[in-house]
Write a protein that binds this ligand. Structure first.
Ligand code: ZN
Ligand code: ZN
Length: 338
């Protein structure tokens, strides 16, 4: 099968590798849609990477033993290789599994563990069904397109009575706009890149605030009668935006951090948390038991197609990675069989 690798600075190559086979409760999926995520970071940094990607939708083409899926099923592949047996996996929070499989020793091959491939292997139990009438491209948005912000909104109970702030309107933040619109939630967003600010407006953001504007925080206050938003989600992974979320959220409000960040965030416990009564969540993906609800957004939201800005054949991965590294996109999808 063909797969994409990163071989140098801004250098992606298509290579031929052996196609893996179904083994145990892992099934072979023919990949039809690959949403691009953070892979452009390794591409821009020139970090050699043999297995790219963690998001995909496709068709089950080989099973080794009876299980929850059959050949011909159309599915979304969730990230990772969680054990399926621990308490976290069984409760649906597989993303936090501490006993993930060693891929190569179970599969008998290193191939098929990324998603920038024509085929991949996955434990059958973390494949979510795609309903009839939903395309692979739309179905694939059930991973990082809509997932991280759906998980955060679920944890914070965000609904139609709330004003929500989202900082960072990249593909994840824009997915948050789709989720907010579906819930009837009023959305204020923060974004400096004009392409993404415009996209946020198209997806229903009432206001898009430029974080470089010295009056940015005041603008949020002006839009919320001086109180602040009910809930905030940072999708940028920058300390300035995380701090902005804390400052822009009302007393007894909630903040969720979704954007990956390895820097230290200055928080003062008394003014920011104890006396303000804030609840701060770290939210990575979403509980697997919410999958039918995420799929409901995909089936019913009139905005969901707008989240995909570009589609490329897998053979044009170089060009697609260049584009995602430019930040001039919403979600970009690779198609191996286009
Ligand atoms: Zn587990
Ligand atoms: Zn992702």
């Amino acid at each position: 099968m063909k797969k994409v690798t990163i071989t140098g600075v801004r250098e992606a190559r298509i290579v031929d590798v052996p196609t893996p086979h179904a083994v145990g409760d892992w099934v072979l999926v023919k990949v039809h849609a690959i949403p691009m995520c953070t892979e452009y970071k390794a591409f821009a940094a020139g970090q050699p990477t043999a297995h790219l990607g963690h998001e995909a939708a496709g068709e089950v083409v080989e099973v080794a033993q009876p299980g929850p899926v059959q050949v011909g099923d159309r599915v979304v592949a969730m990230p990772f290789y969680p054990c399926g047996r621990c308490a976290l996996c069984r409760s649906g929070d597989f993303i936090y599994c501490q006993h993930a499989y060693d891929y190569e020793s179970y599969a008998g091959t290193p191939e098929g563990q990324g998603t920038y491939n024509e085929y991949l292997l996955k434990p059958a139990w973390i494949l979510g069904p795609i309903p009839d009438g939903v395309s692979y491209e739309h179905g694939s948005l059930a991973v990082c397109g809509l997932g991280p912000t759906f998980g955060a909104m679920d944890r914070m109970g965000v609904n139609a009575f709330d004003t929500l702030l989202i900082t960072g309107m990249g593909p994840v933040g824009l997915g948050g706009a789709v989720n907010a619109a579906y819930r009837g939630t009023r959305l204020i967003s923060v974004e400096s890149i004009p392409y993404r600010a415009q996209k946020a407006r198209e997806l229903g953001a009432e206001a898009v605030i430029d974080p470089n504007d010295p009056q940015a925080l005041q603008q949020v206050m002006d839009l919320t009668h001086g109180v602040g938003v009910d809930a905030a989600i940072d999708c940028s992974g920058t300390v300035a935006a995380e701090r902005f979320c804390i400052d822009a959220t009302r007393r007894r409000g909630q903040v969720a951090f979704v954007g990956e960040c390895y820097a230290s965030l200055p928080i003062q416990i008394s003014p920011d948390m104890i006396r303000k009564g804030l609840t701060i969540h770290g939210s990575w993906h979403y509980n697997m038991n919410l999958f039918p609800k995420v799929m409901q957004v995909i089936e019913r939201s009139p905005l969901v197609g707008e989240l995909i800005s570009h589609t490329f054949p897998l053979s044009a991965a170089q060009q697609a990675l260049e584009l995602t590294a430019s930040n001039q996109t919403a979600k970009v999808i690779l198609k191996p069989w286009m």
